[in-house]
Design a binder for this molecule. Structure first.
Ligand code: ADP
Ligand code: ZN
Length: 739
């Protein structure tokens, strides 16, 4: 008997080992220790086989140790990982790494904290028992909690260890050692505004819920696209639907883009499902994640809320999978396996016979296309809760503003006045600019050269002011002092160009001196815990104006925000990416949706130099359907998803010529394999838009077509013959961006 094993090592195919004579036959999903060269590694059994399939004259080595008699990873999750590896053209090793629980670096997996729990005994409950007044008080305290009280809690309430020992010796209380799983809940239930469980759904919510319940009740796999405008109360529906699925004896998996950014959703689930929910996010330590993973695996959890990788949670009997904000880019993993958590979720739901619910105010082109063609059922929420109006949007044409106020204007008059009015009225404002840093480039007025990264083909971004000023690469993190003279022509005429969030923050402080201003972007929340603190302060009203990147546009629910300003709505539009308009539309619609969620109506001010661009116009009108039509027209004309599938391949090499040669060779083979263009077309090779990254040159080609499987298999088979080139080639199936 033989087993095929996936080991967490990149670029390795499945490995075959013999089952030793004295070992039981492993189950699919069990862990085995196998010899690999001089090392021993732990892998997962993914297949059993009667034959070794080894070439003539070679024999499969036996594995060393079988670690589990039952599957460690449920077999359906093993199958899901195999599907992911194949579909995304990744090695099975990389896919299995995505499925394994996080390593417990430096901590033993079974190193749980212990805690002493005190419960009252029958003797202790006997009213006739003779005790002192202080002992009586302590007994009452313990008896009041049916599950008992921890010794630490009792100590805090003034019950001394000595008093506790006397009660224990008298047989009045019992003290047990209890294992506590690490569950620090960086997401505290305090993040959630308590929900009135009995509050009535709106008519629209009620209809949507009934429809989803009916789909679930019908049994079997279905996909619903819950298309609800911002603030229409989708979270409430997720909670009620989850409760119903749980009551029917099945389990719930809910994916969210980024828990740290929107802790409220997770907190509401915690509030509703208490210890039957596990919340998996990147803020947890590996040890904490590992404990939660084990609880899920042991069946102690009915609901899992987690980011992308939670799609592989070892949860059994899944009846419902929710993907909240399904359009969000963070569902795509940008390293191998380059999977999209939303799409893997759909495959999992299909195999589990579960209902999949994709929720969004701005569905991805793919999902809406599927809803239009009838593959998904579209369920709509067209109105905000309590019929709160969507924010009124003013578009400011910055070309007019520059003409009136000079070329250095950052905040238009409308935005400046709007912020000042909010500060005065003790309301709050959000100001978005989707670009970090202080200035976007440094350029020389004499030779017009810019200061570029030595490793990447981009110019360096200036961060900080005065002495703290540095130029940094956003791709490889190279950083240097901003020189006084041009490195090329030595002229002392260097000037800063463009601006990012740091400069906007400085500008808001200058123009609204009374405002309490803070900035939210990747630079400002680098420290652990900084993000939660910042969001907490904004929620508590300690900050009036929050300036930030797209991180402030995500599903936040801050009722006191009545103004949203967008500084340069067109930041993403200049990019030569087929999703540029879609992204801009989503970002603007989502950020505007942060305004007016409380009692006071909201307003948005959108600054742009392309006031007539359709993605800006239609986002301002919050007209999703019109945007979809318009954008689909473009995708059809240019043959881009969702009309066709694409695979983006990038070949890396030490020199540009080598990268180009290698890529051209692969492209020629691809064309030979489909000479009549029946299955696909290949575009390129061409230098990638980011032509050099971390010292390597990059050349790219695109495969477009409807024969998705053929496209992938052709490329994989060509690279299989050249392992060295395969390691230098990045394959991105269904890429979010081709930049
Ligand atoms: P979405 O996710 O669709 O943007 P949310 O789920 O955040 O919207 O809901 C917006 C607000 O409306 C939240 O503060 C939520 O508590 C509240 N809400 C939801 N449903 C109801 C309801 N039926 N009655 C009153 N308030 C509701
Ligand atoms: Zn760089």
């Amino acid at each position: 008997m033989f087993v095929r094993v996936a080991v967490p090592v990149p670029n390795l195919d499945l490995l075959t080992y013999a089952v030793p004579a004295d070992s039981p036959v492993p189950a699919v999903g069990a862990r085995v220790v196998v010899p690999l060269g001089a090392r021993s590694v732990t892998g997962i059994v993914v297949e059993l086989s009667e034959t070794s399939g080894m070439p003539e004259g070679r024999e499969a080595k036996p594995f060393r140790t079988l670690l589990d008699t039952d599957p460690f990873i449920p077999s359906d999750v093993v199958e899901l990982a195999r599907w992911t590896a194949e579909y995304y053209a990744a090695g099975p090793g990389e896919a299995i790494t995505a499925v394994l629980p996080p390593k417990t670096r430096g901590e033993r997996a079974d190193a749980h904290r212990k805690q002493r729990r005190v419960t009252v005994t029958a003797a202790g409950l006997d009213p006739a028992v003779q005790v002192t007044a202080r002992q009586r008080e302590a007994l009452d305290l313990v008896a009041a909690s049916p599950d008992g009280v921890t010794a630490a809690d009792l100590a805090r309430r003034g019950v001394s260890p000595d008093l506790l020992r006397r009660l224990q010796n008298g047989g009045l209380v019992q003290v047990r050692e209890e294992r506590v799983d690490r569950d620090p809940f960086q997401v505290s239930v305090l993040d959630a505004t308590p929900v009135d469980a009995a509050r009535a759904l709106t008519l629209e919510q009620d209809a949507a819920l009934s429809r989803m319940l009916a789909l679930f009740g019908a049994g079997g796999f279905r996909t619903a696209l819950l298309h609800g405008v911002t603030g229409s109360g989708k979270t409430e529906l997720y909670l009620r639907l989850s409760a119903a699925v749980r009551a029917s004896g099945r389990r719930v998996l809910m994916l969210v883009p980024e828990i740290a950014l929107t802790p409220q959703v997770a907190a509401l689930f915690r509030q509703a499902f208490h210890e039957r929910v596990a919340i998996q996010h990147s803020g947890l330590s590996d040890g904490e994640r590992h404990d939660q993973w084990q609880r899920i695996r042991r069946g102690e959890v009915d609901v899992v809320v987690g980011t992308r990788s939670a799609v592989f949670a070892p949860l059994r009997d899944v009846g419902l999978i929710i993907v909240d904000e399904e359009h969000d880019n963070s569902y795509k993993q940008e390293e191998s396996p380059r999977y999209n958590g939303r799409d893997v979720a759909l495959v999992r739901a299909q195999r589990a016979g579960a209902l999949a619910v994709l929720g969004s105010a701005t569905p991805s082109m793919e999902s809406y296309y599927n809803a239009m063609s009838g593959r998904y059922e579209r369920i709509v929420l067209t109105r905000r809760i309590l019929d709160r109006p969507l924010p009124a949007v003013t578009v400011v044409d910055m070309r007019e503003e520059y003409a009136a106020e000079g070329p250095d204007v950052i905040l238009s008059r409308a935005l400046r006045d709007g912020i000042a009015a909010r500060v005065e009225r003790r309301e709050q404002a959000i100001v978005l600019l989707n670009r970090r840093g202080f200035a976007t480039a440094v350029f020389c007025r004499q030779c017009s050269g810019t200061i570029d990264c030595p490793n990447c083909s981009v110019s360096l971004v200036v961060h900080g002011e005065g002495h703290a000023r540095r130029a940094r690469c956003h791709y490889c993190n190279y950083s240097a002092r901003v020189p006084a003279a041009c490195p090329t022509c030595k002229a002392p005429y260097l000037e800063q160009m463009g601006f990012g969030t740091e400069r906007v923050e400085a500008q808001v402080r200058k123009q609204c001196p009374d405002a309490r201003v803070a900035r939210l972007d990747r630079d400002s929340v680098r420290r652990k815990g900084a993000l939660a603190t910042l969001l907490g302060r904004f929620r508590a009203g300690e900050i009036d104006v929050l300036v930030g990147t797209q991180m402030i546009a995500k599903g936040h629910d801050f009722p006191r925000v009545t103004l949203v300003g967008v500084v340069s709505a067109d930041v993403g539009l200049g990019m030569a990416d087929f999703r540029a308009s879609e992204r801009t539309f989503q970002l603007l619609t989502q950020v505007a949706g942060r305004a007016g969620r409380g009692e006071t109506a909201g307003e948005a001010v959108v600054q742009t130099i392309y006031p007539t661009h359709y993605s800006i116009q239609l986002a301002c009108r919050q007209d999703y359907a019109a945007f979809f039509e318009r954008e689909l027209h473009f995708r059809k004309a240019m043959r881009y998803p969702p009309v066709v599938s694409i695979i983006n391949a990038v070949v890396r090499a030490r020199t540009y010529a080598a990268a180009m040669d290698d890529a051209a060779g692969v492209v020629a083979r691809l064309r030979e394999m489909d000479p009549d263009l029946k299955d696909y077309r290949v575009l390129g090779p061409a230098p990638a838009p980011l032509g050099k990254l971390r010292g390597e040159y990059r050349v790219q080609f695109l495969i477009k077509g409807t024969a998705r499987r053929r496209m992938r298999e052709s490329l994989v088979s060509i690279l299989a013959a050249r392992p060295e080139l395969a390691r230098r080639t990045t394959i991105d199936v269904d890429p979010l961006s081709v930049l």
